[in-house]
Design a protein. Structure first.
Length: 162
């Protein structure tokens, strides 16, 4: 029956009239993800400016390379951008989305994907950064494209003097 729900969701996407994608903002995305987190008894995600900068770097790299993917164009990890902005993380994740017209449909699509869902509902995550562009990095497209970077900051042990 799960396939039927997925099919119905995709059919609704295919026949839905175009909607103004301007409602897709970082704040609206975080609010929608936090709605799902709250329903699961999880604490909220908060926007971190360092992660915002890291997400913007990831989006810029994809725009410059014309490739929509998790791996940076110059190699390395998608999380190198997080370190570059001074966020020492213990754990990180990344969600990508493209071609969406509403926040609700975008987050719902993440919830239907096990990996994306794991990031949205990750109890270990407390911080997020989001970058958004109109269209797509590699081709003309309707809707908006999003990079969401999730992370938990590394806790540094307190040194005790003897």
């Amino acid at each position: 029956m799960k396939w039927m729900a997925t099919f119905t969701f995709l059919l609704a996407l295919a026949v839905a009239p175009p909607i103004d994608a301007s409602g897709i903002t970082a704040e609206a995305l975080v609010a929608e993800m936090n709605r799902y987190r709250s329903a699961e008894g999880l604490g909220p995600l908060f926007i971190d400016e360092r992660l915002q900068a890291a997400a913007a770097d990831r989006m810029r790299d994809m725009e410059e390379s014309g490739e929509w993917r998790h791996e940076p164009s110059g190699g390395g990890s998608p999380f190198d951008a997080i370190r570059h902005h001074g966020f020492e993380f213990a754990l990180a994740g990344e969600n990508l989305a493209t071609g969406f017209e509403t926040v609700e449909v975008l987050v719902e699509s993440w919830m239907l994907s096990p990996g994306h869902r794991r990031n949205v509902l990750g109890a270990e995550f407390g911080s997020v950064g989001i970058a958004i562009i109109d269209g797509h990095v590699a081709r003309r497209a309707e809707g908006r494209s999003v990079v969401a970077v999730f992370a938990r900051e590394r806790v540094r042990p307190v040194s005790r003097k003897k």
